[in-house]
Design a protein around this ligand. Structure first.
Ligand code: R5P
Length: 377
């Protein structure tokens, strides 16, 4: 079977599924398959609601409009017309299969299909009630995933028709179109889009360094970054012989401070030694992360320019998730900039030898500045 119609499903059909459908339509156009219809619906949708204002604003940055979108509950007709039904969460996929057993084999998870392989956490989180920044992060993820999905769907739409027998479902059609078996390891090697380029439209440049404990993970991450079009500057170490992490923290941070790299990733056993060393360099804001949530927030709130990882703490899969999240999350600015300015002031004062006896002494204490904007959330 080919793929003529894709149905994207979430719960209320006001945030995730309309955003995902909009990005998938755009990506299919770009992938040369504009004829594939993309619909969206909600398992528990109230009919006729507009898309959430934050969802509209987030996708508008990519030239998409959800102004005409109105939520619609999922019904038999929509399900029957779809060749591929993509749920945002496992719970939704299960509910779809329960409610519409006749089309159970056409149900798949959006995120797993985008990745091309089963994921530990394949759910697309519900941004409802969150701020615009969360919608923007979701929008970037959906756009990236839509590009991957569109390539697979376009291949099935053009080359997969008639290649599968009735009842094999969309996985067989996609795999046949791509010339691979569903279990092939190649399914994990779907080309990835390039993350947002650095200023000036050039590829992002990332310095990467490790000690002996981080050497193997560094190699894996270099491949991961280069596959995504990122320019990688490897400052060493270049083998597993015991060495000292501050040397590589210093070398990578020097690249960032000199403007030769936009950011740096540093790996040691725990990630902690690298963070301590990197944070000695004025202008460096290094964050040690063990999961993607902190990676997102340290970009959003701290504008961290160095990420440190512990190869004895996180596995390669988690490390890749952390790095991808950290690279694609922008700094939120606003009140966070004020706090970064205070850190920069501390650095300046210490560099000038003033320590805590200088101007920072009084002003840095919140109680010394009643009514200061520092008291805001
Ligand atoms: O924070 C420091 C790092 O985790 C180092 O990778 C670690 O201390 C190296 O230890 P060892 O020399 O015992 O391999």
């Amino acid at each position: 079977m080919g793929i003529d119609t894709v149905l994207v499903v979430c719960s209320g059909n006001t945030c995730r599924s309309p955003m995902a459908a909009a990005y998938l339509r755009q990506a299919l156009d770009e992938a040369g398959a504009p004829g594939v219809r993309v619909e969206s619906a909600g398992l528990h949708a109230v009919p006729g609601l507009p898309a959430a204002a934050e969802a509209q604003e987030a996708v508008a940055r990519d030239g998409l409009s959800l102004a005409e979108h109105r939520s619609r509950p999922l019904d038999e007709a929509a399900v029957a017309a779809a060749d591929l039904i993509l749920a945002m969460t496992r719970a939704q996929a299960d509910e779809l299969r329960r409610r519409f057993p006749a089309v159970a084999e056409r149900v798949a998870l959006w995120r797993e299909w985008a990745a091309g392989s089963p994921l530990a956490d394949a759910d697309v989180p519900d941004p409802i009630g969150q701020g615009l920044a969360d919608y923007q992060i979701l929008a970037r993820q959906l756009r990236r995933e839509a590009a991957m999905l569109a390539r697979r769907i376009a291949a099935a739409a053009t080359g997969g028709r008639g290649t599968g027998s009735e009842g094999e479902g969309p996985r067989a059609a996609l795999d046949a179109a791509e010339g691979r078996s569903a279990s092939s390891e190649e399914a994990q090697a779907i080309p990835q889009p390039i993350p947002a380029p650095a200023a000036g439209g050039r590829p992002l440049r990332v310095a990467i360094g490790s000690d002996h404990a981080g050497f193997d993970l560094k190699r894996e991450l270099i491949a991961f970054l280069e596959e995504r079009g990122i320019e990688v500057i490897d400052v060493g170490t270049h083998d597993r012989a015991s060495c000292d992490y501050p040397d590589y923290a210093r070398a990578a941070c020097a690249k960032v401070i000199a403007g030769e790299a936009d950011r740096a990733v540093l790996i040691c056993g725990t990630g902690i030694g690298m963070a301590i060393a990197a944070n000695k360099v004025p202008g460096i804001r290094a964050a040690c992360c063990t999961e993607p949530y902190s990676a997102r927030l340290t970009r959003q709130d701290n504008d961290s320019n160095v990420l440190t990882l512990g190869a004895r703490v996180v596995g390669p899969g988690m490390a890749r998730e952390i790095v991808a999240t950290w690279l694609e999350t922008p700094f939120a600015g606003g009140r966070h900039q004020r706090r970064l300015d205070k850190i920069a002031t501390m650095e300046r004062e210490f560099l000038q030898g003033e320590g805590f006896t200088g101007a920072a002494g009084a002003g840095a204490h919140p109680q010394a500045t009643p009514g200061s904007p520092a008291r805001e959330g």
